[in-house]
Write a protein that binds this ligand. Structure first.
Ligand code: AOF
Ligand code: ZN
Length: 406
């Protein structure tokens, strides 16, 4: 995905400069969030003299990084390309717009508007007032795609939701006896771990926890700056309170492995119905500062048909995370995935298909046991909702397809 070849060789063109800024912004895509990962390139005498990318959240923005090694004489007469409109507000960092004042910079070209309402259009307007700014949308789709959760959060005030699963050719996400753990191969699973670190949280249903005890971490990736996502377990009926001794041990060791925060989402009714008692197991969970129980305030027990991540729940989880909950990767099981598809509550699907037939009924999407979640009532609607294929790739012996709603 880091294709640096580009047909535009004309270093004088804005398209070239913006392409370089877009590429520079990709560099910190995994560590800048919840900030957008922005790229800034300074060109002088048709040579790139400095490149910057947004640092870790709270640290410097791309423009400051790119300008840091340059003298006033370097900036004089240069052209600057930034993938996102420079900020104009005081946040964790001072406004970048001031960096452009009284510099003698010849021109500044911006690749994309900042969707943050306190900045939108202000950055471009202020650059225009300085007589040096312009906007050019050559790569705006690519820039948005790399910062998609940031755009969704700023514009729609909700977290970005991704669905991920692996299936056999006959559509089974697991075998009926829960005896077979892996559908996809090694390469797919490494990619799946890489995907996890891109998201703030991973969510699975309690059924998956009780059957598989997933670790939900990024153990295959050895990189000091990458972080484990928050683990969210969706358990509206409070089944976690009733599991066997063996399940308790496995959950504690694997799914609740120490060092990261975990959130269990349950229905408020369940707690009121006294599922919580003073047994060892309950106390062990409640006394663990890394485990948080959040309640969903819906009346009925099966609340899968609603959007769980309303403003209140999102705010509560953000507090636990200590930063905004901007993106969630939903990994299964088939019932939880079916409900998000049923509700059309997703922004991307990462699908792995392994070319063999597994046979079975229980773990297919929309199977009868999924309490009647359907996709669409008729063919016309179904076709209208056809997804757009953004990525297709062979990973080992599997196929990866990544799709987005049109
Ligand atoms: C830029 N350059 O590289 C980035 C920008 O809390 P702060 O100060 O870090 O500000 C965060 C906001 O700044 C973020 O919501 C977005 O509007 C903008 N991001 N702006 O000029 C950058 N990452
Ligand atoms: Zn800034």
């Amino acid at each position: 995905r880091n294709d640096t070849s580009h047909p535009i060789e004309n270093v004088e063109s804005d398209e070239y400069g913006l392409f370089q800024a877009y590429l520079a912004g990709i560099k910190n895509a995994s560590i800048a969030n919840p900030n957008p990962s922005v790229g800034c390139v300074v060109i002088k005498n048709n040579k790139i003299i400095s490149i910057g990318c947004t640092e870790k959240w709270g640290s410097r923005h791309a423009e400051r990084v790119a300008f840091a090694p340059l003298s006033a004489a370097d900036l004089e007469g240069s052209r600057v390309y930034v993938s996102l409109e420079p900020c104009t507000h005081m946040g964790r960092q001072p406004p970048c717009i001031h960096l452009f004042e009284n510099t003698g910079i010849k021109k500044v070209v911006i690749g994309c508007e900042d969707p943050n309402p306190v900045v939108t259009k202000n950055g471009i307007r202020q650059l225009q007032n300085l007589g040096i700014g312009s906007f050019n949308s050559y790569y705006s789709n690519e820039i948005k795609a790399w910062n998609y959760p940031f755009f969704i959060q700023q514009k729609e005030k909700r977290p970005f939701i991704a669905l991920k699963w692996a299936q056999s050719l006959d559509g089974c996400l697991a075998d009926d006896n829960n005896g077979w753990k892996w559908i996809s191969g090694e390469e797919s699973r490494t990619y799946a771990h890489w995907l996890r670190q891109k998201y703030d949280a991973i969510m699975v249903g309690i059924g998956t926890v009780l059957n598989d005890f997933p670790s939900l971490d990024i153990r295959n990736l050895k990189h000091p700056e990458l972080r484990n996502p928050l683990k969210i377990i969706y358990d509206p009926e409070g089944k976690i309170f009733e599991c066997s001794l063996e399940q308790q041990e496995n959950i504690m060791q694997k799914t609740f492995s120490p060092g990261t925060h975990k959130v269990v989402l349950i229905n408020a009714n369940i707690l009121n119905n006294n599922k919580r008692d003073n047994s060892n197991w309950h106390n062990k969970m409640y006394n663990n500062p890394e485990i948080h129980f959040l309640t969903l305030n819906y009346k009925e027990e099966n609340i899968l048909a609603k959007n769980i991540f309303n403003e209140e729940v999102t705010a509560q989880i953000s507090e636990i995370l200590n930063r905004p909950l901007q993106s969630i990767l939903i990994e299964g099981g088939s019932r939880l995935l079916s409900s998000f598809i049923h509700n059309e509550s997703f922004d991307v699907i990462h699908l792995f298909i392994a070319p063999f037939f597994l046979g079975g009924e229980k773990h297919k999407l929309f199977s009868k046991e999924k309490r009647g979640f359907q996709v669409y009532p008729n063919k016309e609607v179904a076709l209208e909702k056809r997804l757009h294929i953004a990525v297709q790739e062979k990973l080992g012996n599997d196929i990866l397809i990544e799709m987005i709603p049109k």
